[in-house]
Structure formats: structure tokens, C-alpha cells
Write a protein that binds this ligand. Sequence first.
Ligand code: A2P
Length: 287
Amino acid sequence: MTNAKDMFTLANGVKIPCLGFGTWQTPDGEVAKNSVKCAIESGYRHIDTAAAYDNEGSVGEGIIASGIKRDELFVTTKHWVSERGYEKTIAACEASLKALKLDYLDLYLIHWPCVEKVTPEWKEINASTWKGFEKLYRDGKIKAIGVSNFLPHHLEVLNDFAEIKPMVNQIEFHPGYNQMETVKYCQDNGILVEGWSPLGCGAVLGDPTVNEIAAAHGKTAAHVCIRYALQHNVLPLPKSVTPSRIADNLNVFDFALTDAEMAKLDAMENIGCSGFFPDDAPAENYK
Ligand code: A2P
């Protein structure tokens, strides 16, 4: 990879720009619009949002304001937990497309798995949501389909009934919380892993190990975190609303972490996850 426009290839052959722009916690309105426009102008070609971020409308406006041609951009959004089941899934996708002012999505993800703690029928519910995804995919509304925050046992269940396998799993991934078991499972099964909060929502940026490695390369802690994901073949989705940081987070293609540095980052103590753990703290408790 030599720049953010270089591509990973998904299992169905769809190409996906290797570094995306995250918008979780980006406020709706001018902030979201301007940061998306700024990201595209800075060189990002991959924008990641979600219905639950409540900013799809402004993200769509940012895309329009950038003047970029639709086919030069990769846009992902996610299906929220309140919209599970076949019919609601189809309607939720239509609503996201309308909010984004797009006529197709490059990637649509189930935001969180339905889990046993929510209902004993969690498997059937995930199956019926996934049927909706398959229908949208076959109808050409979506170029690729996947999931987010799925652990291997959630993916195993999906695999039992899926006619089309998920192409992506987007999980929290950063030094101090790399979920390597899930990463390995996905990569062994041809599922591209994307990393949300590659900077640990900023929490990793003060870490001494990360900063020591950054200093050795004359780079920042943010660069090390983004590079860490890329070198694990995990597609990072750093978020920022600050124009200088938006642009600077792309400067990760002029250095490489050594194997020893990667091992040090792998071995970092658990900095912890964002607080949502799919099985123990189902996402429906949070919105
Ligand atoms: P802001 O949006 O105010 O610029 P993550 O992508 O892991 O969720 O992290 C996002 C957080 O990290 C946000 O608080 C964002 O702040 C901050 N951030 C993003 N890029 C940088 C950077 N290059 N240096 C410092 N903080 C950053």
C-alpha cells in the first residue's frame, strides 16, 4: 500500500480503499459535512458512517460538497439494532440511502449481532436480518455486505444459513485492544477486517510504548496506530473533525514498523474496549 487510494480486495472482487474516514461521534450538521468534505479533499476515498451515528444526512452533504464523482468513492453505512428482521432491514437500507442521498451503497454492515442475552431467538433474528442483506445485495443496492462487532461464534451461526458470506467484519482494533482471535478467524475465512477507533478514541495516543516507537520513526502516535492496523491487514478508519489531523492521518505510507515493534504493540496491556462487548453488554442498552 502506498497511499489511501490503494485497495484491498473483498471476497466478491469488490475493491475497497485501504484507509477509510471514520465518523463515529462526529456531530451532525456543519461539523460532519465539513469534515467529510475535508477528508475527500485531503485524499480519502472511503467514508464510513452508520444510521446510529445520526449524521448520515450531513455525511451525504459533505460528499456532494466535495464534488467527487460517485464511482470514485467508497461509502459504508450500518444497519441499527432496532431494525432487525427481513422487512425492517430492507426499509432501513432505503432510509439510509435517502439520508445519504445515494442510490447505492458500497458496503452495508449489520452494526451489532443479536446475542443470546437479548433473546433466545438470537440466531433466527440474525438469519432474518441477513436474508434482507442478501436481497439488497442481489438487487444491486449494495456492492458488498458484512457485519460489525461479530465475534467468531456469531460468524459461525451466520455461516450456517448464509447463502452469501459476509465480506467484512468491522471491529474495534488498536494497540491495547486488538481482538487478535477474531482478526485471525476472519482472515482465515476470507473476511476483511476493518478497525474502528484505531486510535482507541484517542486513549492510545498518550501510551509510552506507542510514543517511543513513534519517536524512533519521527512520526506521531496516531501514525503508529494507523500503521499498526495496516500491517495486520486490518483496514483502519480513523476519525477526526480537525482538518490538520484529517490530513495528517494519511501520512502513514512513508515508514514501516519493524517486526519487533509490531510484537511490542501486540503485547501491550489491554487499554480496554469502548464499553460495548457484544455478548455481555448488548448494544441495545446503549443508544
Ligand atoms: P478530533 O476529532 O477532535 O480531531 P478514533 O479514530 O480511534 O475513534 O479516535 C478519534 C479521536 O482521536 C478523536 O477524539 C479525534 O479528535 C482524535 N484524533 C484523531 N486524529 C488525531 C491525531 N492525529 N492526533 C491527535 N488526536 C487525534
